[in-house]
Design a binder for this molecule. Structure first.
Ligand SMILES: *Cc1c(COP(=O)(O)O)cnc(C)c1O
Length: 362
């Protein structure tokens, strides 16, 4: 038989793999903690679990493809017209759609680097060209360099704030100045996956920004602060033409009835959920202070993770974490991202970090 295989798109050869956070290894005697995917350590609230159970009983039916009740709840919660909303299978689903609606072969998609690893993947799948602008030395977006990098081919810009994996935010005044330099016909997506963890008053407020900027859209998710990563639901806030295009490119019935019900219940239980976010922010503050005490100089994190530039000690650090049942997330030769988790998990992280501290304290 002749060796043959269907001819697929060449762009697939340039596709980087999405590296999912690994589960912890199971050394005996120590509770394992997964601090590699920025998940919420709290299980769903009882009311949310109940909504999931009720919806689960009817999964022989297709979900409402328009997610109407969830759209209603989000429109009310954020004071938005319904036609300014689009739902997706996590905000990753929506960011893929954002590339699909704006950029194809010959077009450029611009973003900071390092940033969220889904940006290059979705860009390359679409056949467009990724343009990556290095972060500044303080790990923040270099918006001046990004504005300089805009060309006639630029069709989409991602601004990730807080930035994954560095935790740094873009300041509102810097974003406003940047947007002043972006042509009106270039779509700018502000990815706010971690916005609920932000406490810096100077940080970007995406939904306020989009209200008077027709080329700006915002991505939000139920995966992080709301603790529904396993159910895959996120939303975009955008002006009607863009929101409609995002709805048009959605996988039909992609957002399950279970996800819709859980998201609605979570909005109803927001006060309790945001109290948990406060606790995680408190843990972040505690971890950052302890790391500073060990001699680490870190970019201030406004998300549910911290970022350690470890250079050539990355593999050694990851192994030291694995040896005590902690899964963390390494990034090439750059650094390691560690999710803020349970208090005991964070304490164990600090013990490992002390051994690697720049000041040599241990
Ligand atoms: C986690 C994350 C998302 C969203 O994830 P979903 O689970 O697909 O909603 C989006 N952007 C960034 C930067 C993230 O870190």
């Amino acid at each position: 038989m002749p060796e043959s295989t269907p001819r697929l798109r060449e762009t697939l050869d340039r596709l980087p793999a999405y590296v999912a956070g690994r589960p912890p290894t199971a050394a005996p005697g120590l509770t394992p903690y997964k601090l590699s995917s920025n998940e919420n350590p709290y299980p769903p609230l009882p009311g949310v679990l109940e909504a999931i159970g009720t919806a689960a009983a009817a999964v022989n039916r297709y979900p409402d493809p328009a997610s109407s009740l969830l759209v209603d709840a989000l429109a009310e919660r954020h004071d938005l017209p319904r036609d300014h909303l689009a739902l997706g299978t996590g905000s990753v689903g929506l960011l893929q759609q954002a590339v699909q609606i704006s950029a194809g072969p010959g077009d450029e998609v611009l973003y900071a680097w390092r940033s969220f690893e889904a940006y290059p993947i979705m860009t390359i799948i679409s056949g467009a060209t990724p343009v990556q602008v290095p972060l500044r030395a303080d790990e923040t977006h270099d918006l001046d360099a990004m504005a300089d990098a805009i060309t006639e081919r630029t069709r989409l810009v991602f601004v990730c704030t807080p930035n994954n994996p560095t935790g740094t935010v873009v300041r509102q005044d810097d974003l406003d100045r940047f947007l002043g330099r972006v042509p009106d016909d270039v779509l700018v997506i502000v990815d706010e996956a971690y916005v609920e963890f932000v406490r810096d008053p100077a940080a970007v407020r995406g939904i306020e920004t989009y209200r008077h900027r027709p080329n700006v859209a915002v991505l939000r998710t139920f995966s992080k602060a709301y603790g529904l990563a396993g159910l895959r639901v996120g939303f975009a806030v955008a002006h009607p033409r863009v929101a409609q295009a995002l709805r048009q490119t959605q996988v039909p019935f992609g957002v399950s009835s279970v996800a819709q019900a859980a998201a609605i219940a979570s909005l109803g239980a927001e006060t309790a959920l945001l109290e948990r976010v406060d606790i995680l922010v408190g843990e972040r503050t505690r971890v950052e202070a302890a790391l500073a005490g060990q001699g680490w100089r870190l970019p201030p994190s406004q998300a549910n993770f911290v970022w350690l530039r470890l250079g050539d000690r990355i593999a050694e650090f990851v192994a030291a974490c694995a040896a005590v049942n902690l899964a963390v997330r390494p990034y090439g030769d750059d650094g390691v991202r560690i999710t803020i988790g349970e208090t005991e998990a964070n304490d164990r992280v600090l013990e490992v970090c002390a051994r690697f501290a720049p000041s040599g304290t241990s």
